[in-house]
Write a protein that binds this ligand. Structure first.
Ligand code: NAP
Ligand code: HSE
Length: 431
């Protein structure tokens, strides 16, 4: 068997420790499939003395992770530190400049600096791979770049954040409170170091921008993702959605619109009969609609040590075999700059929820705003007292119409003394 692929591992947290466990547990099988062994030679993290539940004695320790790629006993560096900049980015740059390959699970870094790193990697003729950065253990980057590479994609969308999906589906099943379920997701190792990245939709936006770049051969454009998260969703919204035949899921969606690109992350109402309605817990799922493949559904664990390590090690196996390819599926010079799509003309159905004072005239005020903005209401539910103080919840579903009209109706109600919370708009996922 050939020489081992010698690996430097930066970051020994949830994913880093998972990579060590996986490489140790499946060493023989991996060596057979890769054609040579994967050998971790050196590791690094912040605290050398932390108990990580793994034996680090077989590996050298490097205090300054940024120079790991410059070591003579390293062929490829695995970056599992996190953060778009800081030590992770410094490590990525020095590694590629040292002529070594880089594998990372860091979607924040790829979303912000992927183009620069891909350019550098191409110039240095070294691999840059980030399968674990999108949808954890699901080989969706490989799926789009390789298995479905012959297709033009009309739409790529899905559930891209395990923490949010865990929170929404657990709230749905148990009626438990947002904060308690978030703490549980953190304890299970799903959440980012700062969970605001998860619940505000930023993490899903990072992943969506990477997926869109690969699906459309476009320059990554994280700044144009219109992202919102799940923090404003009430248990009552989940109950309302259920009574109307929907579940609530945080959906990231990328769609080509001529030479423009639509990218949005937003909670959606998903009809019970849609495959994404049955994606629960920290599971992720990505739907890619190809012009010849038809609808493809990729589904699996979107977070956690084992699944994410599986994706990281798959990249290492590719590198060991000498299979790298362009990081974004086409060479950097051929990536197109797609301007953000105009969203004013987008059509769809929406769920709009108001929390209002329980007094005469309030419903008339809301329906007048809908009328004035040209929004047609399909159904409207007013639900008892929402909470102490006499507020009530008014939820409506609109007929198909321009999204801009719904936004205008909400704008017309801004500052209304009848509303005791800002309204929440969620679009309804169409087939
Ligand atoms: P984590 O558990 O917080 O681990 C981060 C590791 O990096 C720790 O070992 C930490 O050292 C080390 N580290 C952090 N800041 C450092 C610094 N300034 N200098 C040196 N070392 C530093 O994170 P994780 O969940 O494994 O995530 C790692 C990466 O994978 C992130 O980019 C994340 O977005 C991505 N990812 C995570 C998952 C998941 O399910 N967790 C899934 C997909 C992708 P100490 O241990 O000594 O503190
Ligand atoms: N925090 C991320 C999530 C980890 O919950 O999906 C996987 O990328």
């Amino acid at each position: 068997m050939s020489e081992p692929l010698r690996i430097a591992l930066a970051g020994l947290g949830t994913v880093g420790a998972g990579v060590i466990r996986l490489i140790e547990a499946n060493a023989a099988l991996i060596a057979r499939r890769a054609g040579r062994p994967l050998q971790v030679t050196v590791v690094s993290a912040r605290d050398r003395n932390k108990d990580r539940g793994i034996d680090l004695s077989p590996y050298a320790w490097e205090d300054d992770m940024v120079i790991m790629g410059e070591r003579a006993d390293v062929d490829v560096v695995v970056e599992l530190v996190g953060g778009s900049d800081g030590p992770a980015l410094a490590l990525a740059r020095t590694t590629i400049e040292a002529g070594k390959g880089l594998v990372t699970a860091n979607k924040a870094m790829i979303a912000h600096h992927g183009l620069e790193l891909a350019q550098k990697a191409e110039a240095a003729a070294v691999p840059l791979k980030f399968e674990a950065a999108v949808a954890g253990g699901i080989p969706v980057i490989k799926g789009l770049r390789e298995g479905a590479a012959a297709n033009e994609f009309s739409r790529v969308y899905g559930i891209l954040n395990g923490t949010c999906n865990y929170i929404l589906s657990t709230m749905e099943d148990t009626g438990r409170d947002f904060a308690a379920v978030l703490a549980e997701a953190q304890a299970k190792g799903y959440a980012e170091a700062d969970p605001a990245f998860d619940i505000e939709g930023t993490d899903a936006a990072h992943k969506l921008s990477i997926l869109a770049a690969i699906a459309y051969g476009a320059k990554i454009d994280f700044g144009s993702v219109d992202a919102s998260g799940i923090a404003k969703i009430l248990a009552a919204d989940i109950a309302q959605a259920d009574s109307l035949g929907y579940v609530i899921r945080l959906i990231g969606m990328a769609e080509a619109d001529g030479d423009r690109l639509f990218q949005r992350v937003q909670p959606h109402l998903v009809p019970f009969d849609h495959p994404l309605a049955h994606v629960d817990g920290a599971t992720n799922a990505v739907v890619a609609e190809g012009n010849f493949s038809g609808r493809l559904l990729f589904q699996g664990a979107g977070a956690g040590d084992g699944p994410t390590a599986s994706a990281v090690v798959a990249d290492l196996i590719d590198i060991a075999r000498g299979e790298a390819g362009a990081p974004f599926s086409v060479p950097v010079a051929e990536l197109v700059a797609m301007a953000p799509a105009e969203t004013g003309h987008r059509m769809g159905r929406s769920y709009i929820r108001f929390v209002v004072a329980d007094r005469p005239g309030v419903l008339a005020e809301i329906t007048a705003a809908m009328r004035d903005a040209g929004v047609s209401i399909e159904s409207l539910i007013q639900k008892g007292r929402h909470e102490e103080g006499g507020d009530v919840l008014v939820a409506m579903v609109t007929h198909e119409g321009p999204e801009s009209a719904v936004a205008e109706a909400v704008r017309l109600l801004e500052g209304s003394a009848s509303l005791t919370r800002a309204p929440l708009v969620m679009h309804i996922l169409s087939d």
